[in-house]
Ligand binder design. Structure first.
Ligand SMILES: [Zn+2]
Length: 995
């Protein structure tokens, strides 16, 4: 702003020099016709544009004994040399210095037991096998360079570039598995590279197909041509150079100045199901729909059984000579002898195995090096579960609710419950849409959120006969999803995943065979409308007229889809390739979003070329960034941009409070509220325990007779709007929870009201020896986040200490309720009916809090309106019960499962926390200038008020640590914004992909 003013005052300044909006319009108009130079094609980025030929089998022409073929050329395959790209990445990419060149196995030892860990690709068996194989080969002639393996990971998937319009992009992305997944899989990371934009089969293929002797061959041949095109594009990518690099390696100088011989190895190729079929040259949804094995559709329902597990091994698809000879023979008949593509000859040989008559490019080029293309196609949690099987199951639940009488009541109730689910984290559980039943515009992560809270929502919606079985099914599904998505597995978690898969299979069969058939399920309203709209569209194009929409069709729940079958492959895939986040299609989908942004920057003409140029600029820009800050890229150091402000501290509360109240006035103003009844005595007892370093139980009075020794400065409590809780996740990353108090304290008055952000007020603590909880955790609603300045008279040093504390309302276990895997239900807590004792409220040290937690209300049991009103309860009373959502995120789940690598033994946690808290309390506020002038001490507060005098004089003793205070003088609202940006964006991948 200052610069603008300066400019304005400059004597040479002419107002007419400033461009008007009109000028910008003109400029825009000019830019429309601007053809950008294409640095991507010229400046050594290695991009080239080539034509791909396919050969179309035209069958026998009349009067001929042999078949004829036609060559068809598809222009504009934009691609770049993979080998050149690899060289460039290793030589110039700033991340290359962090690549793991030597794969290793990872183990954890606890309680004298050692377990293998599964996570990164470079700790996986697939990587280790390739590494050993390469090392075992004899060295290249006259070469004694070290041999290393570069684990390549590919993604491919077509995407629409804009919501409106037909521009599509079908990119192939490449990632390097030697780089940590925590870096490369971040949506904001530059860890991926575009290697090709696959062209679509152009419309003029129709001219060729017009010459076909029979019309019936038209559609199958078109499909065949698409498959041929895809395989020929792959052949182009896996070119001569790539083959040679696979065979002999490439000598590349690494950032450490050492030359090594690099052997690229394709370890994963992630794609959705249709694309996987293209890659594996099999027919989509055919008789054997799985790209990894020959399971028949009718056998899919056996998921999780011993027989099913055996089948997966015995009937594994292999790229063996049987397959190759079969395809070769079919192709010979197709191309040379003119057999029809959809004719008996072809069908008889391939249909049974759902194979397609295409040569597989991966097999052609790389089979000789031991690559089996069936093995590099990993599972795909996003498409198979979140918008696959879970979405289908949810849809069927909704159909079942519609089928229940009367009318829409049950669906409306479900919608209302979803809306009332409290949010969690910044976006772990987001506010769910108004109409979940409509299932409109929901992204994959919405379905994930819905799954994580469905146990609570559906509890009693299906009537007494079926509700329990259905919530158990959801419980198993939620646990399965949690396990499949873990970022760090061990032998024991994988073993449990196997168990859960078996149970899930059983529950799903029970559901499909016994529960679902007892509901008369039809299409939902949205389904019927969607179908009618689709049909309208088709009719229009066919006859130019619209037919009336039809009635809802009957819909059954079946267990014969490939996606369901895929659930049985997760354990083996994780054992072989590491955890699913390493090759998830989320990563590719996130990169698609960047592509869409790039597309918006183009003038939409020859957009692929322009996007290639943009892509070549991205890495250049990050390199400039990197050198500008001394090679240190923010957010790349620990793989998360969620770096806490003071990461070594257990928790973090702003130094300055946003309001302050007088203890006596507050207690008096709320005299009739039972939440406040023991406030004063519990507070002083807690503070005194903290000063003396005595463990505090959380609610009872430990030192009732000693309270007269306590001095609290000005008798004031300082309130904070937020607390950041740092913790180590099960996969040994840093993470932070944000806790907001349930109550909002007014600045100038001792009154408070319920805060708008009270959803975030629930926390969990570890139990200590004398506390009882079935889950091993205690749960509390944080009413206020406070600090006081306190000291104790009669001690040798009367140092004033800042004591941070949380005023809490305790939840208790619901008597007789048992949650967990054995009962397949969530732990359940409640606020026991208020009694005269002080057990329901208390104070805790923030350092004792383990994490924030998610406690959705148990809707089926309703609210407890009979209880006395209190500021510590919701308007109209709290719910009677709350579920403890252990599935809210993976870290939370592992706290219940136990054995999380980043988690410490619970009792150990409690001890360490006491230590850190003491350190933290060393940082004191510099001064207390927000002391309230208008505030009158109207009441004589015997004990506590007497304390006042002694402390005021000692203010000088309060130490301040100078430097940091300046930053803290920022108002808290700014700070809040910072926090929001700080939060981890890792899982925030919106996915508009519709299956
Ligand atoms: Zn299979």
């Amino acid at each position: 702003m200052a610069d603008v003013l300066k400019l304005h005052q400059d004597p040479d300044f002419q107002a007419s020099d400033v461009p008007t909006p009109n000028d910008f319009d003109k400029l825009k108009e000019k830019l429309k016709d601007y053809e950008p130079p294409l640095p991507g094609l010229e400046a050594g980025e290695g991009w080239q544009s080539v034509t791909v030929d396919i050969s179309v089998p035209m069958g026998k022409q009349p009067g001929s004994q042999i078949g004829s073929t036609t060559k068809f050329s598809v222009p504009h395959l934009h691609h770049r040399s993979i080998t050149e790209l690899i060289q460039k990445i290793i030589r110039t990419n700033p991340d290359a210095k962090d690549f793991h060149l030597y794969p290793f196995e990872e183990y954890v030892t606890r309680n004298d037991a050692t377990e293998r860990l599964f996570g990164e690709l470079y700790t996986s068996d697939a990587f280790l096998d390739e590494f050993r194989k390469v090392r075992a080969e004899p060295p290249e002639p006259d070469c004694n360079l070290e041999k290393i393996v570069l684990g390549l990971q590919f993604w491919s998937d077509a995407t629409l570039l804009a919501n409106f319009g037909t521009h599509k992009l079908w990119p192939v992305y490449m990632y390097i598995g030697n780089q940590s997944k925590y870096v490369r899989a971040k949506p904001t990371s530059d860890g991926g590279w575009d290697v090709a934009y696959i062209p679509e089969l152009p419309d003029d293929i129709e001219e060729v197909l017009q010459q076909l002797p029979t019309k019936s061959a038209h559609q199958p041949l078109l499909t065949h041509c698409r498959r041929e095109l895809f395989q020929n594009v792959l052949l182009q990518l896996l070119d001569e150079d790539f083959y040679n690099a696979y065979k002999h390696g490439m000598v590349i100088e690494f950032p450490d100045g050492i030359k090594r011989r690099v052997f690229p190895r394709i370890l994963t190729w992630s794609a959705d199901y249709p694309e996987k079929c293209l890659l594996a040259t099999i027919r989509e949804n055919g008789r054997c729909p799985c790209p990894r094995c020959f399971i028949k559709k009718s056998e899919i329902r056996n998921l999780g059984t011993k027989r099913d597990q055996r089948m997966r091994l015995q009937r594994r698809r292999k790229d063996n000579s049987w397959r190759r000879v079969m395809i070769e023979s079919v192709r010979r008949n197709l191309y040379i002898f003119g057999k029809a593509i959809a004719g008996q000859f072809v069908n008889k040989r391939l249909d049974e195995f759902s194979m397609t008559p295409n040569e597989n490019a991966l097999s052609q080029r790389l089979q000789e090096f031991g690559l089996d293309y069936h093995e590099i196609l990993p599972v795909d949690l996003l498409h198979e579960i979140e918008i696959g099987e879970w979405k289908r199951l949810l849809l069927h639940f909704i159909r079942m609710l519609y089928s229940r009488e009367p009318g829409d009541v049950w669906v409306e109730q479900m919608n209302a419950r979803f809306r009332a689910i409290p949010i969690f984290g910044k976006d772990t559980i987001r506010r769910l849409p108004q109409n979940v039943a409509g299932m409109k515009r929901l992204a994959a992560r919405d379905y994930e959120d819905i799954l994580q809270v469905s146990i609570t929502v559906f509890e009693d919606l299906f009537g007494t006969e079926h509700s329990e079985a259905i919530t158990k099914l959801i419980y198993v599904m939620a646990e399965w999803h949690c396990l499949a998505k873990l970022r760090l597995h061990s032998d024991s978690t994988l073993k449990h995943l196997d168990t859960v898969t078996t149970v899930l299979g059983k529950e799903l069969r029970n559901f499909a065979d016994k529960i679902a058939p007892s509901f008369n399920t039809k299409e939902t309203v949205s389904e019927t409308t969607a179908r009618a709209r689709q049909r309208e569209k088709n009719q229009k194009t066919l006859f130019g007229q619209v037919l009336a929409s039809s009635a809802a069709r009957v819909k059954k729940y079946t267990l014969d889809r490939y996606k369901l079958h895929a659930l049985g492959d997760y354990t083996s895939t994780i054992r072989r390739l590491g955890t699913t986040d390493s090759y998830s299609t989320y990563i590719g989908e996130a990169r698609h979003r960047i592509k869409k942004q790039d597309y918006r920057k183009t003038n939409k003409r020859k957009f692929k070329l322009q996007m290639m140029a943009t892509k070549s600029r991205h890495p250049a820009i990050s390199q400039i960034d990197a050198s500008a800050i001394g090679g240190h890229r923010p957010g790349h150091t620990d793989g998360t941009n969620n770096e806490p402000l003071v990461p070594h501290l257990r928790y973090d509360i702003s130094k300055r409070a946003d309001s302050t109240f007088h203890i006596g006035s507050f207690v008096q103003a709320s005299a009739t509220d039972r939440a406040v009844k023991h406030f004063k005595s519990q507070l002083s007892d807690h503070v005194l325990c903290r000063l003396r370093g005595i463990p505090y139980s959380g609610n009872s009075l430990e030192l009732p007779q000693d309270c007269s020794a306590l001095r609290i400065q000005n008798n004031h409590i300082h309130c904070h709007p937020t607390m950041r809780l740092n913790y180590t996740t099960y996969d040994v990353r840093r993470a932070t929870d944000h806790v907001k108090p349930y109550l909002k304290f007014n600045r100038k008055a001792p009154h408070c009201q319920r805060s708008e952000t009270r959803d975030r007020s629930t926390v969990m603590l570890s139990t200590s020896d004398n506390q009882q909880s079935s889950s091993g955790f205690l749960y509390a609603r944080v009413l206020g986040i406070f600090h006081v300045l306190a000291s104790e008279v009669g001690r040798t040093t009367q140092e004033i200490k800042r004591i941070d504390l949380l005023w809490v309302k305790w939840f208790s276990d619901v008597p007789g309720w048992k949650g967990g895997w054995e009962t397949r239900r969530l732990d359940r807590v409640w606020f026991p009916p208020d009694s005269e004792d002080m057990g329901n409220y208390g104070f805790v040290d923030p350092a004792d809090v383990v994490r924030a937690c998610h406690l959705p209300p148990v809707f089926s049991c309703g609210e407890d309106a009979e209880r006395q009103q209190s500021i510590a309860s919701d308007e109209g009373g709290d719910y009677k019960f709350y579920d403890v959502n252990r599935f809210v995120d993976r870290d939370m789940y592992m706290r219940y499962f136990g054995g999380g690598v980043g988690h410490v033994d619970r009792n150990q946690v409690a001890r360490t926390l006491v230590d850190t808290a003491d350190n933290h309390n060393g940082n004191l506020d510099e001064d207390e200038d927000d002391e309230d002038e208008d505030f009158e001490d109207q009441i004589d507060f015997e004990r506590l008020d007497a304390i006042l005098e002694g402390v005021d004089d000692e203010e000088g003793e309060v130490e301040d640590d100078g430097e940091e205070d300046e930053e803290d003088s920022e108002p808290d609202c700014d700070r809040e914004e910072e926090e929001e940006e700080d939060e981890d964006d890792d899982e925030n991948i919106d996915n508009d992909y519709e299956d």
